[in-house]
Design a protein around this ligand. Structure first.
Ligand code: AP5
Length: 217
């Protein structure tokens, strides 16, 4: 299956992608993770992207699309994929559609996570990410056993540079302006499935799976 996850920052896309990728046996590809890897490696794309990500703004469409479509060309994505955080604008969606059509494929579904803004600020300002294995935790909702240390591998838990309250509020505004129009674009194509992202992680997983099975023949 070829699936896109859309949702405001902190709606739980990355958390849910971990479950769905196992269930569907397809790779989860996060545009945010790909950009952060470029930033860590100090590539020209990473240097340009950092200015945008640190400010909570979107990285230009052509750059993100080239990066993601290149990743989709790798063998593990040939039979399907789960895209997390891409596309984020109508322009990116058009470019993705064109790229998939060249390979005579298309998306099967777009899952849109719904979440109120006040919950998002709480989720993101409390998020910590393991510098070793990438596990995501929350200081209140899923705190580590030892403060500052990953339960899975013992490495240090870090905070993303764009998870400050000020930048989260900017990311939310950018989502409303530039990504919300994409929901109607996918609804017009009969691909959009809405998922209530409030509640326990397992409840959201169940809703997401139910939404997907409704669309399978
Ligand atoms: P990106 O990395 O994609 O960030 P995002 O979309 O803002 O989403 P997040 O990763 O912050 O949140 P999430 O929904 O995955 O939530 P998570 O599961 O971690 O993008 C970062 C930046 O890169 C962008 O701002 C932009 O600059 C750039 N970029 C990326 N893609 C781009 C594109 N296509 N075009 C242009 N620019 C692009 O959960 C959050 C927290 O909540 C965690 O602590 C988690 O433990 C907790 N949590 C999750 N689910 C629950 C639950 N059910 N109950 C309680 N807590 C929960």
């Amino acid at each position: 299956m070829r699936i896109v996850l859309i949702g405001p920052p902190g709606a739980g896309k990355g958390t849910q992608a971990r479950f769905l990728t196992e269930r569907l046996s397809v790779p989860a590809i996060s545009s945010g993770d790909l950009l952060r890897a470029e930033i860590r490696e100090g590539t020209p794309l990473g240097q340009l992207a950092k200015q945008h990500t640190d400010a909570g703004e979107l990285v230009p469409d052509e750059l993100t699309t080239t990066m993601v479509t290149h990743r989709l060309g790798e063998p593990d994505a040939a039979a399907g994929f789960l895209l997390d955080g891409f596309p984020r604008t109508v322009r990116q969606a058009e470019l993705l559609e064109e790229s998939l059509a060249e390979g005579e494929t298309a998306l099967d579904a777009v899952l849109a996570f719904d979440m109120p803004d006040d919950e998002i600020v709480q989720r993101l300002t409390g998020r910590r990410i393991c510098s070793g294995c990438g596990t995501t935790v929350h200081m209140v909702f899923s705190p580590p056993r030892v403060p500052g240390q990953c339960d899975e591998c013992g490495n240090e838990l870090t905070r993303r540079a764009d998870d400050t309250e000020e930048t989260v509020l900017r990311r939310l505004a950018v989502y409303a302006e530039q990504t919300v129009p994409l929901l109607q674009w996918y609804a017009d194509r009969g691909l959009l499935l809405r998922v209530d992202a409030l509640g326990a992680v397992s409840e959201v997983t169940d809703r997401m799976c139910a939404a997907l099975s409704l669309m399978t023949p």
